[in-house]
Design a protein around this ligand. Structure first.
Ligand code: FAD
Length: 298
C-alpha cells in the first residue's frame, strides 16, 4: 500500500523543527523512516505533516562523555553505533547488540533516536539505554529536559515523550575500566525481532587489602519478554559482594529472572517459552561473563 498524502518539511535546526511540530495539529517526526514508513504504508498512521529531522546537524555525532562515558546524537545510525571505535572501546556490548538489529540496509538508515522513541519491546537500543542507565535529553516548546532511561519507557510503543518533543541526545555514563559485558539474543531467523535477549555487565573491585576481588556492580537487562526492556534489580543485588559465581548462584539468578519477567504470548512464542528462554539465556550469559571476568574467555 501507499501512504495517505502528507505535507513534508525538512528543517535544518532543532528550534525550527519544534516550531513546525507545534504549529501543526497532526505532525509526526521522521528520522530514518524504518519503523514509521511501514506504519504509513499500512495506513496505521496518516499524519498531515512529516517533519524530517535528518538534516539537523546538532543531532549528529558520537562524542566521548565524562569518565569513559559516551554522548550520542539522536540521528546516529545503528551501523555507526556498530562500527564506531569509541563505542567498541567503551561499551563493546552496544557494538555487539547492533549486529542483531534487522539487516544492514535497515541499520544503515535507522537511528538511535528513532529506535528509543519508537520503544519496541524487542528493540536493542532501548535495552542498551536501560542496561547502561542512559540519560535522555529531550527538546520541546518549553526548552530541554533530561529523563533517565528507566523513567522513559512506559509501555510497548509508549514513552515519556510529550507532544511536540524531540529526543535530541543520549548520554551513556561511563563504567569502571574493569567492567565486563555480555550480550546474547534469540530470534527465529537472523535479522528478526528477538524472542528474548539478555545483556549484562559485571564490574570487579577490591584488592588483597580489602579481602580480595569482589563483584562491585552488576547489571542485568532483558528484552522481548515484557512490555518494555527490563532490569532485574533483585538479581543484580544478589551478585554484588560475591567473590565467585558458582552453580548455586547461577541458578538463583536465573530463577529470579524467570520469575520477574512477564512475557506476552504471540504468533511466534508462548509466554512460558519466553520465560524459559529468559531463564536459560541469563544462566548461560552469566556463566560466560564470569569466565570473562576470571580471564578465561570461553
Ligand atoms: P523512524 O521510523 O523515522 O521513526 C520511528 C518513530 O519514532 C516515529 O514515531 C517517529 O515520529 C519517532 N521519532 C524518530 N526520531 C525521533 C526523535 N529523535 N525524537 C522523537 N521522536 C522520534 N529494530 C530493532 O531494534 N531490532 C530489530 O531487530 C529490528 N528489525 C527490523 C526489521 C525490519 C524489517 C524493519 C523494517 C525494521 C526493524 N527494526 C528493528 C526497526 C528499525 O531499527 C528502526 O529503524 C528503528 O526502530 C526506528 O528508527 P528510525 O530512525 O528509522 O525511526
Amino acid at each position: 500500500m501507499k501512504p495517505a498524502a502528507f505535507d513534508y518539511q525538512a528543517p535544518s535546526t532543532l528550534d525550527e523543527a519544534i516550531s513546525l511540530l507545534t504549529a501543526s495539529d497532526d505532525a509526526k517526526v521522521i528520522a530514518g523512516g524504518q519503523s514509521l514508513m511501514p506504519m504509513l504504508n499500512f495506513r496505521l498512521l496518516a499524519p498531515e505533516l512529516l517533519v524530517d529531522i535528518a538534516g539537523i546537524e546538532e543531532l549528529r555525532g558520537i562524542e566521548p562523555g565524562k569518565s569513559r562515558g559516551l554522548s550520542v546524537g539522536a540521528l546516529t545510525r545503528h551501523h555507526e553505533m556498530e562500527t564506531s571505535e569509541l563505542v567498541k572501546e567503551r561499551f563493546p556490548v552496544i557494538s555487539e547488540a547492533m549486529k542483531f538489529v534487522a539487516h544492514l540496509a535497515i541499520r544503515n538508515r535507522g537511528t538511535i533516536g528513532g529506535s528509543i522513541s519508537h520503544a519496541d519491546p524487542a528493540a536493542e537500543l532501548p535495552m542498551m539505554a536501560m542496561l547502561l542507565d542512559a540519560q535522555l535529553t529531550v527538546a520541546g516548546p518549553s526548552g530541554k529536559r533530561t529523563v533517565a532511561a528507566e523513567d522513559f519507557f512506559l509501555g510497548a510503543l509508549t514513552t515519556d515523550l510529550e507532544e511536540n518533543e524531540i529526543l535530541a541526545r543520549i548520554d551513556f555514563p561511563g563504567l569502571p575500566k574493569n567492567t565486563h559485558f555480555v550480550f546474547d539474543e534469540f530470534a527465529q531467523r537472523a535479522g528478526d525481532f528477538a524472542l528474548c535477549a539478555v545483556a549484562m555487565t559485571l564490574s570487579m573491585g577490591g584488592n588483597f587489602l580489602t579481602g580480595g576481588k569482589k563483584i562491585s556492580e552488576a547489571r542485568i537487562a532483558l528484552m522481548g519478554v515484557d512490555e518494555t526492556p527490563i532490569r532485574i534489580k533483585e538479581a543484580e543485588a544478589l551478585l554484588v559482594g560475591n567473590k565467585t559465581i558458582d552453580e548455586g548462584l547461577l541458578e538463583q539468578v536465573a530463577t529470579i529472572v524467570r520469575d520477574t519477567v512477564q512475557p506476552n504470548a504471540d504468533l511466534h512464542a508462548s509466554s512460558e517459552y519466553r520465560q524459559y528462554l529468559a531463564y536459560t539465556m541469563s544462566k548461560r550469559s552469566l556463566k560466560k561473563l564470569w569466565a570473562q571476568a576470571c580471564g578465561q574467555d570461553e
